[in-house]
Design a protein around this ligand. Structure first.
Ligand SMILES: Nc1nc2c(ncn2[C@@H]2O[C@H](COP(=O)(O)OP(=O)(O)O)[C@@H](O)[C@H]2O)c(=O)[nH]1
Ligand SMILES: [Mg+2]
Length: 356
């Protein structure tokens, strides 16, 4: 952003007719923006003070009496960094490992992961466990393409602790994915029941109907420590544009119920590496990428969650070794969310104590 871009082309003969094109159209030279040069066998196009309007596919067309030739280059102007991440993990890992809940009634902050099938919910838990246990996890049922076809994916309501022997006071609950169709995927009312603490872990989600009160896994009077303290909506960055309206409406219903309860809600936008080539090459560019920013804005519009509550993350999915950049991006999200959820729990507890 704001820099100078030079596209240059070396030819093997002089005296060529040169035309520059942008996205298939002849480039109209704008004063103080484009400088075209032809010096012997060297042709160049200088783009001054680059901004997002300069993005595009630039082609140089060369012509002489023997024929024509062309050559193209893609220009992608990075944004100025609009959120910063600490790309060194030790300090954050240590401070989160030392985190304690300032409350006698709640031992663990509870997060529920919710979103479409294949969005990366189970992978998020794998990734967080990998960070705090310093080894690659394969414990959860993560969708593989074959498994997705045979519909073998997360069906149970399961909770996962974090850190060796649950050293961190955090619990992540995995859920069945949302799907379009009346009796497909997790039932929205069951997610709302789970948020309120009515569902005990181990319950097998039933797409055709919510849990009944006489089910042994139905908790009639959940306490603050049984309830969920943060709803984590999970959306895959590369699938946002393809999201079915029925899935979006189901997610909105849950979000509205969560808003009535009043606890923190965030979005983890996964699979950023599949949505943006700049980010695939270098995760440090994530908050310079226009594609990521646009996708975050789309998530915000779809679900009604403000952009500052949306965290792009990359999960472990095929790697066999731990990667500090992957860890740091996830840690950045946790570092922002945990104090917020902690404050919510302490406030709830104080309010219920005052009522007694
Ligand atoms: N490239 C990439 N793949 C991911 C990422 N997160 C998840 N996946 C893959 O996406 C698929 C679905 O992930 P999964 O965690 O099972 O989704 P769930 O149905 O929401 O639990 C799996 O094949 C994962 O390996 C990511 O950040 N990047
Ligand atoms: Mg899953």
């Amino acid at each position: 952003m704001g820099k100078e871009i030079i596209l240059s082309c070396e030819t093997n003969t002089e005296g060529l007719t040169v035309t520059w094109e942008k996205d298939g159209q002849k480039l109209m030279c704008v004063q103080d923006k484009h400088i075209m040069k032809q010096d012997g066998t060297e042709c160049s196009l200088k783009i001054l003070n680059a901004d997002e309007r300069d993005d595009g596919n630039y082609t140089i067309q060369l012509e002489n009496n023997l024929g024509t030739a062309s050559c193209s280059a893609m220009v992608n102007v990075e944004l100025s960094e609009w959120r910063t991440v600490q790309w060194e993990q030790n300090a954050t890992v240590s401070s989160l490992k030392e985190f304690k809940i300032d409350n006698d009634h709640v031992r663990q902050l509870r997060f529920l992961l919710y979103g479409p099938v294949g969005a990366g919910k189970s992978s998020i838990i794998n990734t967080i466990r990998t960070i705090f246990e310093d080894r690659q996890f394969e414990g959860l049922c993560v969708n593989c393409p074959v498994a997705t076809l045979s519909k073998c994916y997360t069906k149970n309501y399961l909770k996962y602790s974090i850190g060796t022997e649950g050293a961190l006071p955090l619990i992540f609950s995995d859920t069945m994915g949302v799907e379009k169709g009346e009796s497909e995927g997790v039932c929205s009312d069951d997610i709302i029941n789970a948020l309120k603490g009515h569902i005990t872990e181990g319950y097998v989600f039933n797409p055709t109907g919510q849990i009944l009160e006489d089910n042994p896994l139905y908790r009639i009077n959940p306490s603050l420590s049984d309830r969920i303290h943060c709803l984590v909506n999970v959306i895959a960055a590369d699938k946002i544009a393809l999201m079915d309206v029925e899935v979006i409406n189901k997610m909105k219903k849950v979000r509205e119920a969560a808003s009535r309860i009043g606890f923190p809600q965030v979005v983890f936008m996964t699979r950023v590496d599949l949505a943006c080539p700049l980010t695939t090459r270098n995760l440090h560019c994530i908050y310079r990428s226009r594609k990521i920013k646009e996708n975050m804005q789309k998530c915000s519009n779809l679900l009604g969650v403000p952009v500052n509550c949306i965290f792009p993350v990359k999960n472990y999915y095929e790697e066999t070794t731990v990667n500090e950049d992957t860890n740091c991006l996830m840690l950045d999200a946790l570092k922002h969310i945990i104090p917020w959820v902690h404050k919510y729990v302490v406030n709830c507890s104080t309010m219920s104590t005052n009522k007694q």
